[in-house]
Design a protein around this ligand. Structure first.
Ligand code: SF4
Ligand code: MG
Length: 332
């Protein structure tokens, strides 16, 4: 089946005085319809910039310098390239087709408007409905995401809610226009383990109910194991492995993914999957190792090839992997 979203060779660079940081450097992946793709990797590997680039939410000095982000419609007609779309068209797509939730909802909620007014505004921006109808929907959504007494809470300001309740309110807002894709960037990272588990369950329930796809950005493999149908692994601005969650998390192909999985003692346990112990560290942003970007940290490093040749992605079993152990040579 055709994917919902297709990211092709996406490149987002930070153009700084000291040089160019290639935060996203030729990223390609697909998001399946109605399913969950988890994008995992250590921090600083370009996950968030990738997510923001999809909706062109990057700001200077970051700049999208290449690629396509194709949003396919139901009928199999011409896809819409979000990177080439007019601003007006893109504004229509935001919320109505693709909504986004961030780690810290305070960053995207207005502090001077009630939760209700913000949801109502989001709905009315995209649908020709009256205020009363939109308010009813807002109350219904707040109830749906587990906010107690939504009739009263609809008139609360963000600062009057706890962190977990704010994140629920943000999800209610994101889903109020029934998007086909929800992009959630570390939506539970700032929350305690219990609230985190509740929010993840909630996202799965809402996915079933509304049939939306979810692209979940997380550095927590335990979270990915719990909710993902597919997993894409990012390292230094590239996707190095992508496949069914079960395969990637239990029989990973790429040495980076193997190290990540090894570093999580009890994979599948909520909150226990925070990445910590891959040998070495992510190199500083201006330094992109030659050949395979992972070679300075790789246990399977082959001198003379891994430091010279950049691997392209090849299919191995049901996984796409970019590593010379599986073939796929590509010149620098
Ligand atoms: Fe390791 Fe070489 Fe594969 Fe890179 S290409 S992951 S250095 S084995
Ligand atoms: Mg991030």
């Amino acid at each position: 089946m055709q994917p919902l979203l297709e990211v092709r060779d996406l490149r987002t660079h930070f153009e700084l005085d000291d040089g160019v940081v290639k935060a996203v450097d030729g990223v390609s992946f697909t998001v399946p319809r109605g399913r969950t793709l988890a994008v995992v990797g250590e921090s600083g590997c370009g996950k968030s910039v990738t997510a923001r680039s999809i909706l062109r939410l990057v700001e200077s000095p970051a700049r999208i310098v290449g690629g396509q982000v194709l949003l396919h419609d139901e009928s199999g007609g011409e896809p819409l390239d979000l990177l080439a779309a007019k601003d007006k068209r893109l504004r229509e797509v935001r919320w109505a087709d693709i909504a986004m939730v961030f780690q810290e909802p305070m960053a995207s909620l207005s502090l001077v408007h009630t939760i209700g007014d913000q949801i109502i505004e989001a709905i009315r921006l995209h649908e020709n409905v009256g205020k009363a109808v939109a308010k009813e929907r807002a109350i219904e959504m707040l109830g749906r995401v587990g906010i107690p007494d939504p009739k009263r809470r609809v008139d609360s300001y963000p600062f009057e809610l706890s962190g977990g309740m704010r994140q629920r309110a943000m999800i209610a807002m994101a889903l109020s226009c029934r998007p086909r894709l929800l992009i959630a960037d570390e939506p539970t990272t700032a929350l305690d383990v219990t609230t985190q588990a509740q929010i993840l369950d909630l996202l799965q329930d809402l996915q079933e109910e509304f049939g939306m796809a979810i692209m979940l950005i997380t550095h927590d493999l335990g979270v990915a194991a719990q909710v993902a149908d597919e997993v894409a692994v990012m390292y230094l601005g590239e996707v190095v492995e992508h496949g069914p969650a079960l395969s990637v998390l239990t029989a990973p192909k790429h040495p980076y993914t193997q190290a990540l999985v090894r570093s999580v003692p009890r994979l599948g346990l909520r909150g226990a999957g925070v990445l910590k112990a891959v040998r070495g560290t992510v190199p500083p942003p201006y330094e992109r190792p030659s050949g395979c970007r992972f070679h300075p940290r790789c246990d399977s490093f082959m001198a003379g090839s891994c430091d010279k040749t950049k691997p392209s992605r090849v299919r191995s079993d049901d996984i796409d992997v970019a590593c010379l152990l599986y073939g796929g040579e590509e010149d620098q």
